[in-house]
Design a protein around this ligand. Structure first.
Ligand code: FPP
Length: 227
C-alpha cells in the first residue's frame, strides 16, 4: 500500500455549477468554499498530513474585477469564520504564492491565521493564492541569484527556495470539473504524483468521491522511474 502524505487539488467548476442553476459565478465560489471546509475537515479526520488547494492563480487576475473582488472577500471571510475550525481540528494554515498583490487587510488576515494556527500539529492546509508554478520558480531563481554565490546549484537548493520548501512532494493531484490539465499548479512538486481527474464540479465534490480516489491511489504501483 502506498504511503499518502500530500494531496493537492485543482478546485475547478464553480462557475459552471452556478450557471447550471441560472445563478452568477460567485454563487458557485460561495458553495465551493463549503466544499473546501468539508474536504479539509475530512482530510484531518483521516490523518492526512498535507492538503494543498489551488484557490487563486497568477492567471486569475484576468477575470472580471467583480469576480476577483468577490474571491478575495470570500477568502477573507472564510479565514475569519473558519479560524475556529482550524483550531478545533488541529489544522495548521499555510499559503503558497505571492500575497503582496492582495489588499492589506487580506494580507493581515492571512498572516494572523498563519500565526494563530502555527502550534497546530495535525493537517497542514496550504492555500495556493496568487500562485503559479512559473512565478514560483522565477521568484526562487531570483532569490538564489541574490543569496547563493555558487557556480552551480542542485535540485535541493531549488527546492529550498520554492514556496513549498517545508512540504513533501505531491502524492496525489486531483482536478475536478472535467478538464485534464495542470494549469501552472505545482509543476515541480508533482513530478511523480498520481493524477486523478473527475467530471464532478467542485461544489459537488464529496468526501465519498475523495475516499474512492484515495483507495485507488493506495494500490497503484508507484515506480518513480525505477522498475
Ligand atoms: C475554479 O472554478 C475555481 C477558482 C478559480 C476559485 C477557487 C475558489 C474556491 C473553491 C472558493 C473559495 C476558496 C476558499 C479557500 C475560501 P471556475 O470558476 O474556473 O469554474 P468554471 O471552470 O466552471 O468556470
Amino acid at each position: 500500500m502506498n504511503q499518502l502524505k500530500h494531496i493537492a487539488i485543482i478546485m475547478d467548476g464553480n462557475g459552471r455549477w452556478a450557471n447550471l442553476r441560472n445563478k452568477k459565478r460567485i454563487f458557485g465560489h460561495k458553495n465551493g468554499a463549503e466544499t473546501v471546509r468539508n474536504i479539509t475537515i475530512h482530510s484531518s479526520d483521516i490523518g492526512l498530513s498535507y492538503l494543498t488547494l489551488y484557490a487563486f492563480s497568477t492567471e486569475n487576475w484576468k477575470r472580471p474585477k467583480i469576480e476577483i473582488n468577490f474571491l478575495t472577500k470570500l477568502l477573507d471571510e472564510y479565514l475569519k469564520k473558519e479560524l475556529e475550525t482550524y483550531l478545533k481540528h488541529n489544522v495548521k494554515f499555510n499559503i503558497i504564492g505571492d500575497i503582496s498583490k492582495f489588499n492589506h487587510s487580506l494580507q493581515k488576515r492571512i498572516t494572523q491565521t498563519i500565526e494563530k494556527t502555527a502550534h497546530c500539529t495535525g493537517l497542514t492546509q496550504t492555500l495556493a493564492i496568487n500562485y503559479g508554478s512559473k512565478d514560483e520558480l522565477t521568484r526562487a531563481v531570483n532569490k538564489i541569484l541574490k543569496k547563493e554565490h555558487k557556480n552551480e546549484i542542485t535540485q535541493e537548493t531549488i527546492e529550498n527556495y520554492l514556496d513549498t520548501k517545508n512540504i513533501p512532494p505531491v502524492d496525489m493531484l486531483i482536478r475536478t470539473g472535467g478538464e485534464k490539465r495542470l494549469s501552472n499548479f505545482l509543476l515541480w512538486q508533482s513530478a511523480y504524483s498520481e493524477l486523478f481527474f473527475t467530471n464532478t464540479l467542485w461544489p459537488d465534490f464529496t468526501n465519498i468521491e475523495f475516499d474512492k480516489m484515495i483507495k485507488k491511489f493506495k494500490v497503484i504501483h508507484r515506480k518513480f522511474g525505477a522498475v
